[in-house]
Design a protein around this ligand. Structure first.
Ligand code: AMP
Ligand code: ZN
Length: 319
């Protein structure tokens, strides 16, 4: 067991976080038995807010690897060495040193990772405060729904721990996502079944849908401002564009680019577009299921187009 442990620490152990060496260090320091509480505190020693986060991680993340290598098992919220081993003080110190160095090596090799810089818990707290809903399904935190942060591009696919590669996800989306870049939130979430009986866009005739994916659909505006006026809408019934999730927003804009390209290719008279949302009655919104307007523009469709969207207030087009 001792050689196996040394061998594991020095050669076999692959780290995508400091968990394994820290667990082993704690086991060595605590006579072969260390509660999640102890290990999480060790991990979070620079970051007290992270204790719960690390406890959750420790229950899932390194458990199987340490079990497969017959190093340690997790039983009832407590990691234990797989065998009963007695170490001399010297042996223990030597292995603790190796484990500490290994954890340190992780932090040194990843100096820009937020793990190393702030501790995951602080970053999690900061991101969830700034973005208090799931980026995929829009769920807000509740007793049933916990928000967490995770990588957009998984680490196993080369993603970094930098904030630009992190997103806020609810546990349901995060659990189902695995290593996929984007998880389908649609089936898992009641919000997507939030069909409003009295909403014209929730009840649009199927044959009027020109394109759809999991998040959005496209229809022709029934009362077009100009020929080709197209609407891109989230499938979820939400009233305001400001309530769209990141993935809905990306889907809408991604699709709008394709639609605009197609319109331009099919109609050479189109030379530009007005793209946009009306948000709220005061701003002119008349249908309260979000829709993104794609309004093609042609030369001389108005006498003077200067200012475009600025003309929502008559006379303010020019400045
Ligand atoms: P807004 O003022 O931004 O809420 O825009 C509502 C848009 O929905 C207008 O451009 C309308 O022409 C369009 N609209 C209203 N009813 C329908 C309908 N049944 N099908 C398609 N578009 C519609
Ligand atoms: Zn609706």
């Amino acid at each position: 067991m001792k050689n196996k442990l040394r061998d594991f620490l020095t050669t076999k152990m692959k780290m995508s976080g400091p968990y394994q060496p820290v667990i082993i260090k704690c086991l060595l320091e605590n006579n072969g038995e260390a509660s999640l509480d102890i290990i999480a505190k060790e991990l979070a020693s620079k970051d007290p807010e992270a204790i719960q986060y690390y406890k959750d991680k420790l229950k899932v993340h390194p458990k199987q690897v340490l079990k497969n290598h017959e190093i340690a098992n997790l039983e009832k919220d407590c990691y234990k060495f797989a065998d009963d081993i007695l170490f001399s003080d010297d042996e223990k110190l030597e292995l603790i040193k190796i484990a500490s160095n290994k954890a340190e090596e992780y932090y040194t090799k990843n100096p820009f990772s937020d793990f190393a810089r702030h501790g995951w818990g602080n970053l999690r707290h900061k991101m969830i405060t700034e973005h208090p809903y799931c980026a995929l399904c829009g769920a807000k935190p509740s007793p049933e729904i916990m928000l967490d942060i995770d990588h957009i591009i998984p680490v196993s696919r080369g993603g970094s721990d930098e904030p630009f590669n992190l997103q806020v996800l609810c546990h349901r989306c995060n659990r189902g996502k695995g290593n996929d870049l984007i998880k389908s939130a649609v089936d898992a979430h009641d919000d997507y079944k939030n069909h409003q009986e009295d909403c014209i866009f929730c009840n649009i005739e199927k044959n009027r849908i020109e394109f759809q994916n999991e998040y959005i659909f496209v229809i022709q505006d029934k009362y077009p401002v100009t020929q080709g006026h197209t609407l891109v809408l989230p499938k979820r019934h939400v009233t305001s564009a400001l309530m769209l999730t990141d993935i809905e927003m990306i889907s809408i804009f991604h699709e709008s680019k394709k639609i605009s390209d197609k319109l331009e290719q099919e109609d050479y008279s189109i030379e530009g577009f007005n793209l946009g949302f009306n948000v709220g009655k005061t701003a002119g919104q008349t249908v309260f299921h979000v829709h993104f307007h794609i309004i093609p523009r042609r030369k001389n469709d108005v006498t003077d187009p200067t200012g475009g969207i600025r003309n929502i207030i008559p006379g303010k087009g020019k400045y």
